[in-house]
Design a protein around this ligand. Structure first.
Ligand code: WQD
Length: 341
């Protein structure tokens, strides 16, 4: 019996596939490669020494997606596939609503048809919007502030209704805080197409001297050093949270939501100094105007996942910085090798 991983070639998806394969699961990946590269396939195989199936499919094409269900014995689904840029979603809301909502509805229709009712859904702390208080628990007020965040919230509500209509479904909704870092091998990591929006991939490109300077968005927030505080969590810890959720779903039906965070917050300047400390690479930066939509402080109360999933983030900020840098260095070396061939 296999685990179907939609978006399994992406940043969190690929790391989850590595952990699934290492844990002995059979894996089937569906991905349209709109925000990932085919090289990730070989990298997952190199890391795990395991084989798995891959289908290049647009999940909006129901007949293509149904072929995956027809050709494989699927036991459960982990659903990562979706567009995920806050900035892009503001410019192209209809693209986000159509893609993220319709792909999920198509997936659930096929799961229903093939009687597969174990689903882990990739949600985001972005559904909390501007938190009324921190640390943020799963019961905190939900107030997504972007079309991207609203697609995550709407999908959570769709899944609540799917479960309400058929309570044999076992659904875990995982709300990630700020995933950073890369697999310790340096063979997979965050690889955004085009200019990254997020902090860590921008830091590693400044460290690689691909960008001259890091722009820090504002330093007048009510925090320890005026820069925003976030709950940065290692992507491998996030990946292992999915395995714990799969196991919980297998043992009980119902729909449950969990924060995947460390419960600790770090400011932008603290991240910069951690990165410089562990890598020895200087990160020149310039404070500029705040980025609209940024919240001052956001970090998780992760105790529900600890109690109910038996999951806890293990990796510390220094390891996240080191792993991010190793991945960037390996990418640079690969690019150089391609040029020298
Ligand atoms: C972190 C901090 C920035 C870049 C985003 C998405 C969210 C989720 C996680 C998907 C902020 C500052 C950043 C830079 C900076 N993704 N920063 N200079 O905004 O907390 O969350 O990623 O679910 O949906 O919104 O993460 O990494 O963009 O920013 O100063 O060049 O770093 O202002 O304070 P964010 P981020």
């Amino acid at each position: 019996m296999a685990i179907l991983v939609t978006g399994g070639m992406g940043y969190i998806g690929s790391h989850t596939c590595v952990e699934l394969l290492n844990a002995g699961y059979e894996v089937v990946i569906v991905d349209n490669l709109s925000n990932s590269k085919i090289e990730v396939l070989q990298n997952i195989q190199d890391i795990t020494g395991k084989g798995f199936k891959f289908y290049k499919i647009n999940m909006l094409e129901k007949d293509s997606l149904e072929r995956v269900f027809h050709e494989n014995e699927i036991d459960a689904v982990i659903h990562f596939a979706g567009l995920k840029s806050v900035e892009e979603s503001v410019l192209h809301p209809l693209l986000y609503y159509k893609n993220n909502l319709m792909s999920t509805i198509t997936l659930c229709e096929l799961m229903q048809k093939y009687q597969i009712k174990n689903l882990v859904f990739s949600s985001s702390a972005t559904v909390y919007g501007i938190p009324e208080k921190v640390p943020i628990s799963e019961e905190s007020q939900l107030q997504a502030k972007s079309p991207y965040g609203r697609t995550k919230l709407m999908i959570e509500e769709i899944l609540e209704d799917v479960h309400q209509a058929d309570q044999q479904w076992s659904i875990s909704i995982l709300r990630y805080f700020n995933p950073i870092g890369a697999h310790e091998s340096g063979k997979i990591g965050e690889d955004p197409l085009g200019r990254p929006n997020n902090l860590m991939p921008t830091i590693t490109k400044v460290a690689a001297r691909k960008y001259n300077i890091l722009h820090v968005f504002g330093n007048n927030y009510p925090t320890i050093d005026g820069t925003c505080i976030r709950d940065y969590i290692h992507v491998t810890d996030i990946a292992n949270g999915h395995i714990k959720a799969l196991k919980k779903n297998k043992n009980s039906s119902g729909i449950h939501t969990y924060n995947l965070g460390t419960g600790k917050g770090y400011s932008v300047l603290e991240i910069i100094s951690s990165f410089e400390k562990v890598t020895g690479v200087h990160i020149p930066y310039q404070i500029i105007a705040p980025r609209s939509g940024d919240v001052a402080v956001c970090y998780a109360n992760p105790t529900k996942a600890e109690k109910e999933l038996g999951w806890k983030a293990r990796k510390e900020i220094d390891e996240m910085c080191m792993d991010s840098w190793r991945w960037e260095v390996n990418k640079m070396n690969d690019d150089l090798n391609k040029v020298n061939v």
